[in-house]
Design a protein around this ligand. Sequence first.
Ligand SMILES: [Fe+2]
Length: 435
Amino acid sequence: MRKKLSIICMITCIAVLTCFLLAEQKSFANAPGSNKPIDISITFAGNTATEKSFAWITKSNEPAPAVVVVWETDSLPITFTGKSEILSGRRVNKVTATGLKPNTKYMYRCGDGNSANWSDTFTFVTGFDKEDGTTFSFLYMTDAQCATDQQFELWQKCAKHAYAAFPNAKFVAVTGDLTDRGSDEELWDKFFYYGRNLLSYVTVVPAIGNHETDMGPGYFEDHFFFSGNHAGLPDYVYSFDYGEAHFMVLSTEKKYSDFTSADQSVVDEAYQFLDSQLNWLRYEVTKSKKKWNIVLIHKAIYTNGKYVNSEATHFYRSKLAPVFDELSIDAVLQGHNHVFDRGFIYRGNPVFGLIPSQTAVNKEQGTLYLTNNTSGAKFYEIVKGFNNPLLLKSAQPHVQLYTGVTVSEPYIRFETYTVSDQGPDILYDTFTIYK
Ligand SMILES: [Fe+2]
């Protein structure tokens, strides 16, 4: 009898464990055929005060409408429909909500209009008009680049700490290499699953990195609705206004070998892409009425990290830095090197009077270049022998970093924190630009 009981007990335990494991698995990647939304992202559309775009995936290969419903507390819901496409055997859904009130918190959920298939309810906040003030903050994180669950747990922790430290962040800028393999949909599912407590609520501003492109055309563009301003360039080259700042997101993902290829048509195409972006950047800055100009790129052009001496770093520095100087770009948020770097540079020189311990500058000329280590697991060391003296701080803290950026009319302040397991996160670096 006792033996029979213990066998029943063992079978029950295995059944419970199996259910638990299946439930865990389903939580980041729904079963094939499911119409439930996963991988939900919020991005900026044209007007950051009155519009928002949404993207999500459903693991169904049946066509269905893409629907987002938004509402304020005690107000009637507004329904927006967009487009859905069957791509690589699953449904990619994209919707833009328009005519929203500035500076307003909305609830939202997405689905296909069928009551059984709604996502959970989340919230987002629209951008503000001038009369609502000019000061705001956003988060800057980079290179999560995770492959395993253990690594994704570090990304989850970094995202959680960042949002807790800056709960009013209006968006999160991520400068490339969001996962280890952009062509592996399971990694995208995990990126969103582990980052859901940030990404389901806060608008994301991604830049494309080499891990989105190295393995051929990946799924980067399926996961974000880049519905803003592109001027004929690929949709992941885009700009937007927020408060007193104009943001421009570029691609550094044409390989150096394309620019030096024996095939002239490859060279021509690479230069055409680069020159179009630089001309677009000039146009953007010239027409902008905002006080501040901030650029996001993946491949750092000033760094002491892994790629300090690579041909691509030298090449992109020679092409981009003169244009950033010419346009007096205020800050360039970089990635790719998995170290922390900070330098304030004009025409290939550190700005006069700036010393490593100085944490603020009254800007006349020059650009702040930051690299924000990693928000995931992979740390690279500072490369010895190639120390770039233009950088005032280069280090590897062996811990994830996130930066809260406060933008106001008189200044922009960058506050970088280390993610701490014990006690509060520690301020690792701070720098303020006045102008
Ligand atoms: Fe990279």
